[in-house]
Design a protein around this ligand. Structure first.
Ligand SMILES: Cc1cc2nc3c(=O)[nH]c(=O)nc-3n(C[C@H](O)[C@H](O)[C@H](O)COP(=O)(O)OP(=O)(O)OC[C@H]3O[C@@H](n4cnc5c(N)ncnc54)[C@H](O)[C@@H]3O)c2cc1C
Length: 436
């Protein structure tokens, strides 16, 4: 390609090399842009993306902000082993976010969010399948998901949600407890009672690190890609209606042509450093891995324990099998310490469903804490910052960033190239963002 043609293609700097930034970089390169990806970490995929729940959760997208939460809130806040925890510091730090979250706990708002997220999830699925057909995608396994409900009331409310989603094209079925055990024999001797479950055969699992690795490999094959690690953005230089350079910690200013903020749970702080705002708060969660031989019974379907809010994803690395167990939601600021009581709760939940025949200390691998980049409504922020010509966001994917990364990247490209998007983009380009 002649040099003049290369330099005429817009150059995009993406801040944040988590799953969302990596997928954005890939989609931008495929659409003909030159791309520079920068991150303060020394490797890609180190933030929220590192060891998440591994679920491609295309049908389970209903937001945390829902009217049901008003009834659940007292017990969620008061029970000592509750999956939800709010620290006074976390609430004060993100007070505006908390108020906006409570305002979003309305039926109509939750339904609108669910519809929009189902569309984005379906787009993500199509984009991932397209990548698989082209070659180079990570190993994705469609093993289905079974969400187990503790009692008759929870089962009835899950069936109502299933009926709403059936009208939107989701294929799910309600199963009583015996049918759940027939579908997943590993539940046969479970110590936890349950009333039934919702089965979604189309749900998938993928190791998030394999996904980051495959995205990086695709990027590094591209001649127009540049990666800068160990590079923290601390500010920006503006001229009129654009950002013309980034200020970096301990390095010279970096001139930019077009800019994408994909800072995950650090997006609000990153936006503030650029005199912008994004409604993203860190929602802490935990995960562990358990090798198959530590378990009495090995599940093949992904299981969600809806009462404990814990997910179980069976992962295969060749012959090696491990169960990824993830859960909890804590609003505690940017505190990434691993609370041993939370790890113990994940182990107890695993023992109660599948049985552990070795001591927990011997079984638990890779205990991890990560921060979900949560928005009050549950919708990610994708679009251009109002009033700025060249700055975009792709952030705030909450508990669904692994699922939504591919579709969000496709939407971002449509925004940057000012062309029609595959789905209605307006729900994501709200607040400080505009679509074109
Ligand atoms: C316990 C847990 C379980 C989860 N389970 C699932 C699941 O099963 N399925 C699913 O779909 N999703 C799941 N998620 C959510 C998913 O992990 C996140 O939504 C996703 O990883 C967010 O990706 P990201 O790229 O936006 O953020 P990150 O992966 O955090 O990446 C952001 C990057 O930006 C960089 N950055 C930030 N600020 C700056 C700066 N100033 N300068 C330079 N670099 C900067 C950071 O270093 C980081 O690398 C889970 C999350 C958690 C915590």
């Amino acid at each position: 390609m002649p040099a003049s043609a290369v330099s005429s293609r817009p150059h995009v700097t993406v801040i944040g090399a988590g799953l969302v930034g990596l997928a954005s970089a890939r989609a931008l390169l495929n659409a003909g842009h030159r791309v520079r990806l920068i991150d303060r970490c020394d490797a890609v995929g180190q933030g929220a993306s590192a060891r998440n729940g591994a679920q491609l959760s295309y049908a389970y997208v209903a937001p945390l902000a829902s009217p049901a939460l008003w009834h659940q809130l007292p017990s969620l806040l008061l029970k000592p082993d509750s999956p939800l925890r709010l620290s006074p510091r976390g609430v004060l730090q993100d007070l505006r976010w908390c108020l906006a979250f409570l305002a979003a706990c309305r039926g109509a708002a939750a339904r609108r969010t669910t519809v929009a997220l189902l569309e984005l999830a379906a787009l993500s699925r199509r984009e991932l399948e397209r990548w698989r057909d082209e070659g180079g995608a990570p190993d994705v396994r469609q093993n289905g998901k079974l969400v187990l409900l503790p009692d008759a009331a929870a089962f009835a409310s899950a069936r109502t949600q299933m009926a709403l989603q059936a009208r939107l094209g989701c294929q799910q079925q309600a199963l009583d407890a015996d049918a759940c055990r027939r579908l997943e024999p590993a539940l046969a001797d479970a110590a936890t009672p349950f009333a039934g479950g919702i089965h979604t055969p189309g749900e998938c699992v993928v190791d998030p690190m394999a996904m980051s690795g495959a995205l990086l490999a695709a990027l590094q094959r591209h001649p127009d890609f540049e990666l800068r690690l160990g590079c923290e953005v601390i500010g920006a230089r503006r001229r009129n209606d654009s950002v013309e350079a980034l200020r970096l910690a301990g390095a010279d200013d970096l001139p930019v042509e077009q800019l994408v903020l994909a800072g995950g749970p650090g997006s609000a702080a990153l936006a503030r450093r650029l005199d912008l705002s994004l409604p993203v708060a860190p929602m802490k969660g935990y995960s562990i891995d358990l090798p198959a031989d530590a378990l009495t019974r090995w599940p093949t379907v992904s299981i969600t324990d809806s009462a404990r809010r814990v997910v179980f994803a069976p992962l295969l690395d060749g012959e090696c099998r491990r169960l990824r167990v993830a859960g909890m939601a804590e609003l505690v600021g940017q505190d990434l310490r691993i609370d041993p009581r939370r790890i113990a709760q994940l182990v107890e939940a695993t023992d109660a469903w599948f049985g552990l025949h070795v001591p927990a200390e011997a079984a638990v691998q890779n205990p991890w804490a990560g921060l979900r980049p949560a928005t009050p409504s549950g919708l990610p922020c994708i679009g251009r910052f109002g009033g700025l010509r060249n700055v975009y966001a792709n952030a705030g994917h909450g508990p669904l960033g692994l699922t939504l990364a591919m579709g969000s990247a496709a939407l971002l490209v449509s925004a940057m190239q000012q062309r029609a998007a595959a789905i209605n983009p307006l729900p994501y380009a709200a607040g400080p963002l505009a679509w074109v």
